[in-house]
Design a protein. Structure first.
Length: 94
């Protein structure tokens, strides 16, 4: 699993800075929930590096894009790399 400390490092937040811990934990939980919702097995120990990177990309995306819409800058979809990183780990359903 990805830790809060790893998420902070990925978002370039100093370890001693705790003001964003709650927000980052929510982004971290949402990232894992999102990947589970698209049938990605997030229970592997250790988590494969590609899945760990996908979680970190989503955390950074959610942290940087706090609103559903934006009027002052272009909006971006979830990082494209996430889809490619998780593709081999998605369950197949018919």
């Amino acid at each position: 699993m990805v830790t809060l400390e790893e998420a902070k490092a990925h978002c370039r937040i100093m370890p001693e800075e705790i003001a964003f811990d709650g927000e980052l934990q929510i982004a971290l939980d949402a990232s894992v929930d999102h990947l589970r919702s698209i049938d990605v097995d997030m229970d592997a120990v250790p988590l494969p590096p590609a899945l760990k990177q996908a979680v970190l990309l989503l955390v950074a995306h959610f942290f940087a894009n706090k609103e559903a819409v934006s009027y002052d800058r272009p909006m971006h979809v979830t990082p494209l790399g996430v889809a490619r990183l998780v593709a081999p780990y998605r369950g197949v359903s018919l």
